[in-house]
Design a protein around this ligand. Structure first.
Ligand SMILES: [Zn+2]
Length: 417
């Protein structure tokens, strides 16, 4: 039988728009626990109702470990090249690698980044900046403006956009007297000079959207918190997740602006609390992160229903916590060797949490406060989604997105048969 790498172009559908939603640290158990809590035993989260399911390996190029960090993981997804942990879209030889967002921009699409973390943190950074060390967040911000020219930037981490020691605008300092830690001057002023509109609250974002409905505006920079949208600690130590704006609303705002471009758009949406709370083994707020992301997925799916040439992909950069889901009321299995030990094995559990619509619950157990190498689910729908079916590597995601958008510079090479 003759095989061909390129499918018949007459049948091929191009993804004009791509929305890539990343639950940082979100493994299969995180998704299943979110389902039990919100949709019940037999329901499905929106992210698990997409047509295509794949399983993605997450390893980095770091030979000293089989566990990736977010920088190397996002670099693999964004550039198709594995790198060392901590590097942001720079390969192991020190070369900058072009990202899927940069390629999408070159194709004439508009591009956007959203995160509930610092918008310059590793995951969004890997899509639109190149730095040897992920800690260099002001340089990441500068590159968003000067090099990648990201059209919509929405998230936290305003401290990296203002000079070191300078008080942040009062709208951002309601609860905490944030001061800048930036190393690249006043990047918000710089953004305004470059034509960006700057917003820092729900009200300002809403006003901007209303104005843009009658007169389309330029690029938008929205920084809504000094640092993350949450406070990451273990339970009962001050942990909080009360986002200044829900991720779903940011997603909706970004889509509204980006879809003005008839050539389409690429949007990356990151929910970061899943990872950060899993690092603290804080189960309730890890679950809250999963459900925040799922509401953003619902917004993306509603758009794709209206505009069918849209590819939606929901995945993670890696798993965090070694999370496992158990039944809270399950009896030990005395007929299995060692089965009677179940109660004591779950001594370190979190929960019980209710299963929606049922009178039984579930508990969560953690193996680590770090990342693991567990493969993460990938779900997708729309043009190109079929490329993500089955077992894939994180670098394959770049090639799939590139092929789906028909980006001319892309090398369509898959490691799969
Ligand atoms: Zn992490």
């Amino acid at each position: 039988m003759e095989t061909s790498i390129e499918p018949d172009s007459r049948e091929r559908r191009i993804a004009r728009n791509v929305i890539l939603l990343i639950g940082d640290g979100m493994g299969q158990a995180h998704r299943f626990a979110g389902q039990l809590l919100a949709a019940g035993r037999d329901g499905r989260l929106a992210m698990d109702r997409l047509a295509v399911l794949g399983q993605m390996d997450t390893m980095s190029a770091d030979g000293r470990s089989f566990v990736t960090d977010s920088a190397a993981a996002a670099t693999a997804i964004a550039t198709g090249v594995k790198t060392r942990n901590g590097s942001v879209s720079i390969d192991i030889h020190g070369h900058e690698r072009k990202t899927i967002l940069e390629l999408a921009k070159e194709s004439g699409r508009s591009v956007g980044l959203i995160s509930t973390c610092q918008i310059t943190d590793a995951t969004p950074a890997a899509f639109a900046a190149h730095v040897p060390h992920r800690a260099d967040q002001s340089e990441v911000a500068r590159q968003y403006l000067e090099r990648a020219e990201v059209d919509v930037i929405l998230g936290g981490g305003a401290v990296h956009w203002f000079p070191s020691g300078k008080a942040l605008p009062s709208i951002l300092t309601g609860d905490v007297p944030w001061r800048g830690v930036g190393t690249e001057g006043n990047l918000v002023a710089h953004a305004r000079n470059a034509g960006y509109e700057f917003v820092a609250s729900d009200d300002e974002l809403r006003t901007s959207l209303e104005r843009r409905r009658s007169a389309p505006g330029g690029p938008l920079l929205g920084l809504f918190s000094g640092q993350e949208f949450f406070v990451q600690t273990a339970e009962d130590l001050g942990a909080a997740y009360d986002p200044p704006i829900p991720l779903a609303d940011l997603t909706s705002a970004a889509i509204e602006i980006l879809e003005q471009n008839p050539q389409g758009f690429f949007l990356m949406v990151e929910e970061s609390a899943i990872d950060r709370m899993a690092h603290r083994n804080n189960a309730p707020l890890t679950l809250k992160g999963v459900l925040e992301l799922d509401r953003a997925v619902q917004v993306a799916l509603a758009f794709a229903n209206r505009v069918p040439d849209t590819l939606i992909v929901v995945t993670a950069d890696h798993e965090c916590g070694g999370l496992a889901v158990g039944g809270s009321g399950d009896q030990p299995y005395p007929y299995e060797p060692g089965g009677g030990l179940l109660d004591s094995l779950l001594a370190g559990e979190d929960g019980p949490f209710p299963v929606a619509g049922f009178d039984f619950g579930f508990v969560l157990g953690w193996a680590t406060t770090g990342h693991t190498a567990a493969p993460v689910p990938v779900t997708a729908s729309g043009p190109g989604a079929e490329l993500l079916r089955g077992s894939i590597d994180n670098t394959d995601l770049f090639h799939a997105l590139s092929y789906a958008m028909d980006l001319s510079e892309s090398m369509v090479v898959s490691t799969r048969p």
